[in-house]
Design a protein around this ligand. Structure first.
Ligand SMILES: [Zn+2]
Length: 268
């Protein structure tokens, strides 16, 4: 009898999950020359008063579960254990934020890369759900590629969520999208009465100096920009929006993974 989902030991994509395989099964995989190993990098950090601190790491698993279930025929990939704690020094000072340094994140990626390379894999892809990790991941993947000869890349499809201009410009964190995603996949963990709308600027009077996406930017920490920990309009989130956006995002991730596979397979 199979275990009920609530007590399952391995994720739904366990046939692709390397920790669920025996050494012999990993050794026998026939597509290691081109099938990428995906590592999810997330974060455990404050996401406002209304969301659990695991949002980014949880969403990495949501994207993997949904995207891998819709990979087209001919695509293949494997999944390494996730790096669930991220470089979240911008969110320190709030209970629940657990951060590792950029050196630790780099070392973890290097350790995984070196070892999967010795097992025979030649492609590594990172599915990153935390903006604070991005710069570290990109420079580390370039180092790994240049040193090991492992082909490395980042899965970062653009989502078209059709958000209002103000949210698009200043919805950085614990925002409409993240709140809606959680309402769709784990509503029991959302304390919606705690959601607020808090922006650190006005899209109609932006000025030259802004926290992000501007001629002049600042190396902000959350405490500079937000009292609640929210940067965006968490009150505009609904479960229905979240469910639709998750479908869209899963399609985009599946397409990105399939394209990685196609290019790598064609090159072998
Ligand atoms: Zn987040």
């Amino acid at each position: 009898m199979s275990a009920p989902a609530s007590t399952a030991t391995f994720p739904a994509y366990r046939e692709r999950y390397l920790p669920a395989m025996t050494p012999g099964q990993i050794a026998a995989l026939s597509d290691k020359a081109w099938a990428p190993v995906i590592v999810a990098t997330g974060a455990i950090e404050q996401h406002g008063p209304h969301l659990p601190v695991a949002v980014d790491s949880l969403m990495g698993q949501v994207w993997l579960t949904r995207a891998l279930a819709r990979l087209p025929a001919g695509a293949s990939c494997y999944v390494a254990p996730p790096i669930t704690i991220g470089k979240s020094n911008e969110h320190t000072g709030f209970p629940g934020t657990l951060a590792i340094s950029k050196e630790t994140l780099r070392a973890l990626l290097w350790a995984i890369a070196r070892q999967i390379h010795t097992w025979g894999f030649r492609h590594l892809a990172v599915l990153n759900t935390h903006g604070g990790n991005t710069a570290v991941v990109i420079y580390t993947l370039r180092e790994i590629g240049a040193s090991l000869g492992l082909q490395c890349g980042l899965l970062a499809p653009a989502f078209d969520l059709d958000l209002p201009p103000q949210e698009n410009a200043y919805g950085y964190h614990a925002n409409t999208a993240e709140t809606a995603w959680l309402l769709a996949v784990a509503p029991q963990f959302v304390d919606l009465p705690g959601a607020v709308c808090e922006y650190c600027g006005d899209v109609n009077t932006p000025g030259e100096l802004r926290p992000e996406r501007a001629p002049a930017t600042m190396a902000w920490v959350t405490a500079d920009l937000s009292k609640s920990g929210i940067m965006g309009d968490a009150t505009a989130a609904t479960a229905a929006k979240g469910a639709a956006w998750i479908e869209h995002g899963a399609d985009r991730y599946a397409a990105a993974i399939a394209e990685l596979c196609r290019v790598a397979r064609d090159a072998t």
